[in-house]
Design a protein around this ligand. Sequence first.
Ligand SMILES: [Zn+2]
Length: 279
Amino acid sequence: MKRLICALFAVMLLVPAALADGDLSIEEIVEVIDLDATVYGDTVWDFPVALEDMEPDFVVLANKHYLLDSKFVCKPLVKIKSMSLNKDGSKKSGDMYVVSKGMELNETCAQALIAMADGARADGYNLYLKSAYRSYQTQNTMYYNRLKKNKGKDDGWVSKPGASDHQTGLGCDVVPRSWRDKSMNGKMGKEPECIWMAEHCQEYGFILRYPSDKEDVTEINYEPWHLRYVGIPAATYIMENGLCLEEFNEQLQAAIGKFLEDGGDPQLVNAYIQEPAEQ
Ligand SMILES: [Zn+2]
């Protein structure tokens, strides 16, 4: 509320001065003040992303503290078809992946990924989708196989069932095409394709889910290949401010708490509320 009052005060001061001078339009004044709060009813939503710009399912957090229900997935899922190259080695418009059969992603996320791969290709980079949606059951199998291989020790490379970002249908592992058969590691982050993704992914609604400087927050090792779809407004805010999804969720939950405290309509925010699971 304080910020809104300050902004309104600034408008009162600036508008007459600017109009008298004739050098600033109303639009320019609003831009100068950078008023990023939205008002619903009489209550200020003091968060940089407006509610209508954020799908609740798209910003859902999955980690070992926020476990997904075994049936949760962001629907609808679509199959990403296997694509073959033209005879001259070029790819048809919209075709960029040669993937193993049955790979699935949320439809909006899949479309964004196709657009991103097209954008990368226009800049000379070939991306390859290595892994997409994984069900709770698949994750369960992977987790216990990893434990068995590691003599019962959880080394942080495979998430527990319910804790995997891949279960959302919005998380995907995208690698440089030259890495399609190599095992993934943090060195991949130095590849030009990964540098390109880190710079441009938010333009398509993706974030780097496990950044190198957030290992202590995500509790997951740096994964330059793991992208997560959240939608363009949230992705822009997250990437431009160097956040990870955990930090974004913490800010979002605080904004929801404040909104409700100020008398905001619970129906507007209920779908975004996430509580950590009992351990
Ligand atoms: Zn991944």
